[in-house]
Write a protein that binds this ligand. Structure first.
Ligand SMILES: *Cc1c(COP(=O)(O)O)cnc(C)c1O
Length: 211
């Protein structure tokens, strides 16, 4: 890993856009190195892998942990207990369960709802029409703070196609008066910034390749 990457990238990103350093596949020591450079938001996609690193790094209280992976219903309690943000809430049933468990645990996680903006069969998420239909009901749920939407673009799109999907996400978030859009990864972060991303989820760009 070249920690220099991090500062180089940070300098290219407008200060109103947050970097989520996606540390899945990287060790706690590598998280520490990046944290030392001033990065406090880290994203993980598998609960068990994340939890092991959280135990090792528990003295670094400044770290905000973000869950960005597919949520298994039987892991919701553990995710609620150990993560400040959950970006990948992809169904109303899971959102309800997060709300109920957060209430029991006296937690108040920040929530981004994953939206499905193209017919990529490998990605889940709320259908935008369904989301609008359910919006009143969603806003009634207790013990969650809805801050935005999250989207993952299919692989292999052109820059223009990536931009169009990101703009759809931004427009949908605006229509629901949600401030955040978690969008843009190592290959499409520039398009995401132009479209109004507030959270870039960057893994390999910061940490290098995964092995
Ligand atoms: C792994 C992952 C990322 C980061 O991917 P890179 O291409 O390494 O930047 C972003 N978002 C999600 C949901 C991921 O699983």
């Amino acid at each position: 890993m070249k920690p220099a990457n991090y500062l180089e990238i940070k300098n290219k990103i407008p200060s109103n856009v947050n970097i989520l350093a996606v540390s899945k596949g990287f060790k706690s020591q590598e998280i520490k190195t990046i944290q030392n450079l001033g990065q406090n938001d880290f994203g993980e996609s598998k609960f068990q892998e994340a939890f092991e690193k959280q135990q090792i790094l528990k003295d670094l209280k400044q770290i905000n942990w973000h869950f960005i992976g597919r949520i298994q219903s039987n892991k919701i309690r553990k995710i609620v207990q150990n993560f400040k943000y959950i970006h990948s809430v992809d169904s109303f049933e899971k959102l309800q369960k997060i709300s109920n468990i957060s209430h029991e645990e006296e937690k108040n996680p920040l929530i981004l709802l994953q939206v499905k903006l193209s017919d990529d069969p490998t990605k889940g998420g709320f259908d935008p029409k369904f989301l609008k239909l359910k919006w009143g009901e969603i806003q009634e749920l207790k013990n969650i703070k809805l801050t935005g939407l999250m989207t993952i673009n299919p692989k292999g799109l052109s820059s223009k196609e990536n931009s169009e999907l990101f703009k759809k996400c931004r427009a949908l978030a605006d229509s629901l008066q949600l401030p955040d859009c978690s969008m843009g990864m190592s290959g499409d972060w520039k398009e995401a910034i132009d479209a109004g991303s507030t959270w870039l989820r960057l893994g390999s760009l910061i940490f290098g390749g995964r092995f």
